[in-house]
Design a protein around this ligand. Structure first.
Ligand code: AMP
Length: 399
């Protein structure tokens, strides 16, 4: 029997998300050549779920107990982790630094290298490592693969990856632009090419991943040449709770004038800024409802969000020179026609013509929302990070 299943684990500080996929069965991409994830035709997805409140009252004790719970749930569906059909475990790892630029077979040395990157991602990498360790304890014989959120951006030219600060300081402390959401940008840029009936190498795409976290990328011929997140996921677009781009002197100003400490400012910019900072809500659906009732704070939050998005579309149009497609993805990008329209309306001089009627139609499949004459295709492409992780992991272990 050939082992064709991949268990994808996304281990957070208090949650463990999992999906079990069978790479021998038709997945959305193999079925249609384009992305139509989570559809009825997606027989590759055998099971999925989440264990929450790990280490909290009412939850399981630790990640080890969480993974045992996952294993029990899978066993109850006759999909146990002891199955010979399981080919690999694919782990989402947030930060790969400059060391990891490809999916990587996990060894003891790889685990300790990922641990060395904890200062760059103090909230995420420790939880990712815990997930890896408990999975290796449970199935020491099984290949385990780390897939990094930063990897797709590792091909960025130095001109895009460098901050213009003292080089010795930057190099000593690893201060450069790494980018995140790379698994999603990789998947969506390829799926967009497929939607256009082209190879990834033939198209230039601006990907707008707009979820609770949000980032943009400029992808030239399948290679990421710029992205909006930087050393951390704080840079770039306005997000649910993060400020995105800001004058770094705001930090000094708040320290000197308001007496705030570094941790206070970290908390302010990461958790109490963005949409929530501007209007009290971080959910675009709620903001839409409030705008319909003429709420001025919600309107301001929407306007700041969209203004930043337009700036990045313009900037990445200039970075790429020729743009073939703009792809919207993730919770806001896939669902908010209002954001898509407001971000692109009036950009006809750049060859971007969004079609108001097509844009307003809801759907779960990858689709075009530009006019038939638009030089730049505008697409809505549902992201599928688990499928991308499974495919990358399987590519390393397939017979
Ligand atoms: P994600 O991080 O990709 O799961 O995206 C989560 C965000 O998507 C939520 O915070 C909402 O702001 C947004 N979202 C989800 N559904 C909708 C919708 N139907 N309309 C507008 N925004 C939505």
């Amino acid at each position: 029997m050939t082992a064709t299943r991949v268990l994808v684990l996304n281990s957070g500080s208090s949650s463990l998300k999992y999906q079990l996929l069978d790479m021998a069965r038709p997945s959305p991409t193999t079925l249609t050549g384009a992305a139509t994830p989570r559809s009825d035709t997606d027989s590759s997805r055998l099971a999925s779920g989440i264990v929450e409140r790990i280490g909290e009252a009412g939850g399981v004790a630790d990640h080890s107990a969480a993974l045992k719970q996952v294993a029990d749930e899978l066993s109850s569906q006759s999909l146990g982790l002891d199955s010979p059909e399981l080919a690999a475990v694919g782990h989402r790892v947030v930060h790969g630094g400059t060391r990891f630029t490809e999916p990587t077979l996990i060894t003891d040395e790889v685990v300790s290298e990922i641990e060395k990157l904890v200062p760059l991602a103090p909230l995420h990498n420790p939880a990712n490592v815990t997930g890896i360790k408990v999975a290796r304890e449970l199935r020491p014989d099984l290949p385990q693969v780390a897939v990094f959120d930063t990897a797709f951006h590792s091909g960025m030219p130095e001109a895009a990856a460098r901050y213009a600060i003292d080089r010795a300081t930057a190099d000593r402390y690893g201060v450069r632009r790494y980018g995140f959401h790379g698994t999603s940008h990789a998947y969506v840029s390829r799926a967009t090419a497929a939607l256009l009936g082209k190879e990834p190498s033939e198209v230039n795409v601006i990907v707008l991943h707009l979820g609770n976290g949000a980032s943009a990328s400029a992808v030239r011929g399948g290679v990421c040449v710029d992205t909006s997140m930087g050393l951390t996921p704080l840079e770039g677009l306005v997000m649910g709770t993060r400020s995105g781009d800001i004058d770094p002197a705001v930090v000094f100003h708040l320290a000197r004038v308001a007496g705030l400490g570094v941790d206070d400012i970290d908390d302010l910019l990461n958790k109490r800024s963005g949409l929530v900072g501007l209007c009290g809500d971080n959910d675009m659906r709620e903001i839409g409802r409030r705008i319909a009732e003429d709420d001025a704070d919600a309107q301001l939050a929407f306007d700041v969000y969209v203004h930043r998005l337009r700036k990045y579309v313009g900037a990445y149009s200039a970075v790429l020179g020729r743009v073939d497609a703009i792809a919207f993805t993730a919770g806001v990008g896939e669902n908010s026609a209002a954001v898509r329209e407001a971000a692109l309306i009036g950009l006809e001089p750049l060859g971007i013509e969004i079609d108001a009627v097509r844009n307003a139609v809801r759907g779960s499949a990858a689709r075009l929302v530009s006019t038939r004459t638009s030089r730049v295709a505008v697409a809505v492409v549902p992201t599928d990070e688990e499928l991308e992780i499974a495919q990358q992991a399987y590519s390393l272990v397939r017979p």
